[in-house]
Design a protein. Structure first.
Length: 387
């Protein structure tokens, strides 16, 4: 085995965040009435300190989201102060030669939009489209990559099937309707951005999983695995494949499927929240995406690991399998670790610790974990040590 595994020239090594999870003070969001994040990490006021760490840790790219509920607190009224804030955020990154990847919808919505029915109504797509175009007009010179929607199927399932996220409904009809409206929203915004600017890169952040049959001898296990893979990994992308400049991959899960739909994972290694760690799965998922003939960026990949026991190996092993996919001619151009800093992990609150940088939630002190410096060395050398 080679001592070092090299990544392509200009490969992006970065990290990701989402506004509601880190900014704090986000009182106009629909999540505020269900799972208030309070001060969170106060990233809204401390972004310069956090971005200084990006440079210190040798990262050359950063993904974050713009909070619609801040920018348009009231329907049709765009807040200049908030627009200027995000412009300052982008300027600060660009001044440090950090490539910027901006997400327009990362699970949270303005309360007024939620009260209108959000994405359950086709006519409401107009409001998201208007917001997206406003943001594009403001920041088009400062954004390198645009992501319209983060994990559309996760959002729809958690919000309209499983009753975990706002508006906490369980309605299969609404679930499918929301997905179809998100497909349309993405297509409209993609067309809008390309009409306004020739050189623009628009994609989506898609949560794809590695599925395999529990028993490779079982026809039924193989059948339900094929169905799961089609629905989770293929269906949405097939509808938007002609409206993508790149694919963003969020990889967290591997599932061994036993008929009818039981998950039977070995769980040899699990995170603090019980998610199985299965690095090889990202290789197979990337191979599945090869057929789209599009650049791929791993837009999220991380682990809840408060003690920082597993994260170093987690990063090394996932990057090993990404590197292997690249040598199988998969056009992977970047890796964004989740997350730059500890954050408010949705309905799970502040317990899970995903950050390369630890947050003391009492003092809000930032402290890089040892794994952050390991990742920083990879970012600096563009090589992955085999040990």
């Amino acid at each position: 085995m080679r001592k070092n595994l090299e990544f392509p020239k200009d490969f992006l090594f970065g990290s990701s965040t989402a506004a509601y999870q880190v900014e704090g003070g986000n009182i106009y969001s629909d999540w505020e009435d269900y799972y208030p994040a309070g001060e969170a990490c106060d990233h809204y006021h401390r972004f310069k300190e956090d971005f200084d760490w990006i440079s210190k840790l040798n990262q050359n790219a950063h993904r974050f989201s713009i909070e619609w509920a801040r920018v348009e607190k009231k329907e049709g009224e765009f807040d200049k102060k908030e627009l200027d804030h995000y412009k300052e955020v982008l300027f600060y990154l660009k001044q440090r030669n950090i490539k910027t990847m901006v997400t327009l919808f990362h699970f949270t919505l303005p309360k007024w939009f939620a009260q209108k029915g959000a994405f359950t109504k086709k006519k409401n797509i107009f409001y998201f489209q208007r917001f997206a175009n406003k943001v594009f007009d403001e920041y088009k010179e400062l954004v390198d990559f645009w992501i319209t929607i983060n994990e559309p199927q996760v959002y729809a399932a958690q919000s309209f099937l499983l009753r975990l996220w706002p508006p906490k409904k369980s309605n299969p009809i609404l679930y499918v309707r929301v997905l179809k409206n998100l497909i349309l929203a993405h297509k409209l915004i993609y067309k809008d951005f390309h009409q306004k600017r020739d050189s623009v890169f628009v994609g989506i952040a898609k949560n794809n999983q590695y599925f395999e049959p529990f028993s490779k001898r079982s026809i039924l296990d193989k059948l339900v695995t094929k169905i799961a893979r089609w629905w989770q990994n293929e269906w949405f992308l097939q509808h938007i494949k002609n409206h993508l400049d790149f694919i963003g991959l969020n990889y967290y899960f591997h599932n061994r499927i036993k008929f009818p739909f039981f998950i039977r994972n070995e769980n040899k290694v699990v995170s603090d929240i019980g998610w199985e760690v299965y690095p090889k799965g990202i290789y197979y998922v990337l191979l599945e995406l090869k057929k789209y003939n599009l650049p791929i960026y791993v837009t999220e990949n991380g682990i809840a690991d408060k003690g920082d026991i597993l994260r170093k190996n987690f990063i090394r092993e996932h990057l090993y399998w990404i590197n292997k996919a690249i040598y199988q001619k998969v056009d992977v151009r970047g890796y964004f670790h989740w997350s730059l800093i500890d954050n408010f992990e949705w309905e799970k609150g502040f317990g899970p610790r995903f950050g390369l940088i630890e947050i003391d939630y009492k003092s809000l002190e930032r402290k890089p974990r040892k794994s952050a410096f390991y990742y920083a060395q990879i970012c600096k050398t563009n090589h992955l040590p085999t040990k």
